[in-house]
Ligand binder design. Sequence first.
Ligand code: SAH
Ligand code: SF4
Ligand code: F3S
Length: 458
Amino acid sequence: MLPVKKKLYIRTFGCQMNVADSQQMAQLLAHEYELTSRAEDADLYLINTCAIRRKAEEKVKSLLGSLKLLKARNPRLILGVGGCVAQQEGERLLAAAPHLNLVFGTQGSHRLPELVRLAARGRRLVDVELKRGIRELPPRQWPQGAVSALVTIMQGCDNFCTYCVVPYVRGREASREPGAVIAEIADFLAAGGVEVTLLGQNVNSYGRGLAQPITFTGLLRRLAGLPRLKRLRFATSHPRDLSDELVAAYGELPALCEHLHLPVQSGSNRVLKAMNRGYSREDYLEKVSRLRRSCPDIAISTDLIVGFPGETEADFTQTLDLMREAAFDQAFSFKYSRRPQTRAAGFPDQVPEEVKTERLIRLQALQDELTLATHSRQVGRVTEVLVEGWSKRGPSQLCGRLRTNQVVNFTGPRELLGCLTPITITAAQPHSLQGSWAPAPPVTVGGCPKHPPRRQHV
Ligand code: SAH
Ligand code: SF4
Ligand code: F3S
C-alpha cells in the first residue's frame, strides 16, 4: 500500500506569478504532501502573500490572526508564510505571530521541503535570502488534461518605479535560459495543453544578461513554432521597452493572442516622470497606434494609479483623456498606496484619501463606458472561445475567454470544459459578454469529450 500523504493547503494572494509559485511549491512538496481544498484538513498551511498595496498586506495579517483558532484545534499544524510580505517583513512576522512556524521569501521555494521538515521538528524559521541570478527548479509535472499553463520566464525587476515595492521583494531581474522555458512548454503541450501565459514583471527585457542573449520576441518566435500551441499570452509588458519587433510579431505569429496588457499608470507626463516610468504619454499613444495598425483586432488592457503624490486635478484629467484616446478594452485601477522603502513614500504632497476615492470612481465609470463600447463591437460575431470552467452566473452556464481575453458566459454541456469552441456573441455587459453555443463538433484539446480535462491553470 502507498503511504498516506499529509495534506497541504495553500492560500495564494497577488499576481499570476504568485499563482505559478504556489504551483511550484505544491510540486516541490508533493512527495510528502497532497493538496487539499479544505483548510481544516491541513497538516501544512502555506500563505503565499502580496505586498503591492497596504490593503494586500493587511489581508495577510488578518488571515494570519484568524488562523490562531485552527492552530489551537490542531497544534501539529505547520503554518508558513511565503512570498512578498514574507520577504518584506521576515523576522518581524515571526515575532508578531507566535503561532507561525515558518517565514520564507520569494526565492525560497527550492528550500521549502527542508524548511518544512525542520519546522515539523519544532523549529521556528525565517529564510528570506535574495540572491542574484536564477535557480532552475525541477521540471514541472503537468497534470494530464491541463489546458492552460503559467510559465515564469524571469524573476525580479530593475525598474524601480518610485511607487513600487516589487524590486525590493523580488530582487534583481534575471531571465531563465530559453532552452529551459521551451522544454517546459513542449512537455506541457505533449501532455495536452493549449494555452501558455509567459510571466515576468517586465517581459520585454527578457534575455538581457544571458550568455547568448535573445530578445523577448525571439523567444515568442521559437515558442510560436511549437506544434499544438494554440494560444500564447504574456504579462507584463513595460511600455518603454515595447519593441517594434514585438509590435510586428502581432501581425505574424498565429498563436500570439490579440491581447496586450500594457500598464500606463498615468496620462500626465509630470506624474510619469515622478513615477520614473521612462516614457511620455505621447510615446505611449504612439505605441498603441502602431499596435493597432499591426493588429487591428488587438485588445489593449492597462493598469492605472490615481492619487500619486502631487497628482493634480489637471494631471488626473489627462489620464482620463489618455484612456479615451487609447480606447482601452479593460483597466485595472488602484488608489496610490504608500509602500515601505519606495521613493514615492517620502514625496511631499500626498493626496488625501477622499480625493483618491473620488478620482477612482470617476475613472472606473469612464472605463466601464469604454469596455462596454468594445464589448458591444463583439455582438453578432462568431468567435473562438477556450472554455475555462463554470460561470458564477448560474447552473449550466459555462465561461471562457476569447483570444482578446474578454470573458464570455454561455449555456452548454460540461463536455466543452477545456475545449476550443465557436460561440456567437449575443450581448455585451460592462464586465463580460453573453454568448450562445450551438452543438457543432467542438475542437477538442487537452483531453477528449469522453474524458473531460481537469480545470485549467495547472
Ligand atoms: N510589473 C508590472 C506591474 C506589477 S504590479 C508593470 O510594471 O506594469 C501591478 C500593478 O499594481 C502596477 O501596474 C500598478 O498599477 C499597481 N501598483 C504597484 N504599486 C502600487 C502602489 N504603491 N499603489 C497602488 N498601485 C500600485
Ligand atoms: Fe514595479 Fe515598475 Fe517593476 Fe512593474 S516595472 S514591477 S511597476 S518597479
Ligand atoms: Fe504582489 Fe509580489 Fe506579485 S507584491 S503583485 S505578489 S510580485
